[in-house]
Design a binder for this molecule. Structure first.
Ligand SMILES: *Cc1c(COP(=O)(O)O)cnc(C)c1O
Length: 373
């Protein structure tokens, strides 16, 4: 039998979150962002649930090929555009749209021999200073693209730097409006945070296409200001394992490497088959929330490569003694027999000083994944 650790991908939850984002984005079209192998879920595992999207947004041509191989004939867009001239041939062949964010990419288009003119998303750098043309050079880039026979249609895009935080989107939205005023073409500016917080009530922010990533995967883009419950989103990935050892401690006994945890009273701990080599963050120290048989408890001591320890004292006191084989949910939802109790990935991420994004993308290849309805 393999180690009991596995990740469950919840198809119904993916569908539910898609419905929520569709409703929130009202009349806009929706890109399902499936970069990073669908935020660690696996493109093939999320595809059916996300068919309800208007298109798939991703970074890698190989990922685009996988979406086409699944039979998707609708829009696909490369959010970072192409990396070399050869990539454009595949875009022509597979009908893939792509961002254009710098002069080098326009040069490549100009040198590209094709009978299939491309649809491109011209990217504005609205102040994030990652990718895109500055407002003062945006129109010149648009004109250059517009003059190319290789280009059929130009859409306009931008990415917010603070849609999840206090600054919000007003200032960069104004930059976008000014830079694109009078230009024809569809527009796309909102990620999950901007869609949930602003676009739901503001058509000017919503524009033609929203780009939903993290919300589709059941993590709140602006935790802890809002939780997944606040947004009515459901966990789509559950990292589950089992207890493979039990220890009874006396006051003064220690747990794990570095003897970082010292028991101050008699207690029972469970040893779980999950460690940092499975993608569970080592930085999570004593006190990170975890579910044992659906009952919420905490981790104890250091996370090691293949194991971590959890406190079973409370479960025992409640008359639910956990033992070898008991189910442990590191994040997501407990199984049906344990009432589907939810432990949002955002809570675990907060203890790891990171975001749900990073945890779901970092699940290690040795963790088997299975889908469940
Ligand atoms: C990743 C990404 C998104 C999706 O962001 P979420 O915060 O996951 O919704 C949208 N737009 C671009 C350009 C991205 O790179």
């Amino acid at each position: 039998m393999p180690r009991p650790i596995h990740a469950v991908i919840h198809t119904q939850a993916l569908r539910h979150n898609m419905d929520i984002m569709r409703t929130r984005a009202a009349d806009a079209k929706l890109w399902a962002v499936v970069k990073a192998n669908a935020y660690g879920h696996g493109i093939e595992r999320v595809f059916d649930a996300f068919r309800a999207a208007d298109g798939f947004a991703l970074l890698d041509l190989q990922e685009a090929e996988r979406v086409r191989a699944l039979g998707w004939r609708g829009p696909i867009v490369l959010l970072e555009g192409v990396f070399e001239l050869r990539d454009l041939e595949l875009c022509s062949r597979l009908g893939i749209w792509h961002a254009v964010h710098c002069d080098a990419q326009i040069d490549m288009l100009a040198a590209h021999k094709t009978h299939v003119p491309h649809r491109v998303f011209l990217k504005l750098n609205g102040g994030m200073n990652r990718l895109g043309f500055k407002p003062q050079s945006y129109r010149a880039a648009w004109s250059r693209l517009n003059a190319l026979p290789q280009v059929e249609e130009i859409s306009l895009m931008m990415h917010f730097s603070d849609a999840d935080g206090a600054p919000g989107i007003a200032q960069q939205l104004a930059v976008f409006e000014a830079a694109t005023e009078g230009l024809p073409g569809e527009r796309s500016i909102c990620n999950s945070a901007a869609t949930l917080r602003f676009a739901a009530s503001d058509a000017q922010a919503r524009q033609d296409w929203v780009r939903a990533g993290i919300a589709l995967y059941g993590s709140s883009p602006n935790y802890p200001s809002a939780t997944v419950q606040d947004w009515n989103l459901l966990p789509t990935m559950s990292l589950r394992s089992a207890i493979i050892g039990v220890q009874h401690l006396q006051p003064g006994d220690t747990v794990g490497y570095g003897s970082r945890f010292v028991a101050d009273s008699p207690m029972t701990i469970g040893v779980v088959a999950c460690g940092y080599a499975d993608g569970y963050p080592r930085i999570c120290d004593t006190g990170t929330p975890v579910l044992v048989d659906g009952v919420r408890t905490r981790t104890i001591g250091r996370v090691s490569m293949d194991m971590l320890a959890v406190d079973l004292t409370a479960a025992k006191a409640q008359g639910k003694p956990a033992d070898f084989g008991s189910e442990v949910t590191l994040w997501g939802q407990a199984s049906a027999s344990h009432g589907f109790t939810v432990l949002p990935i955002d809570e675990v991420a907060a203890h790891a000083q990171t975001l749900g994004y990073e945890l779901m993308c970092a699940v290690a290849p040795r963790v088997t994944m299975q889908t469940q309805d």
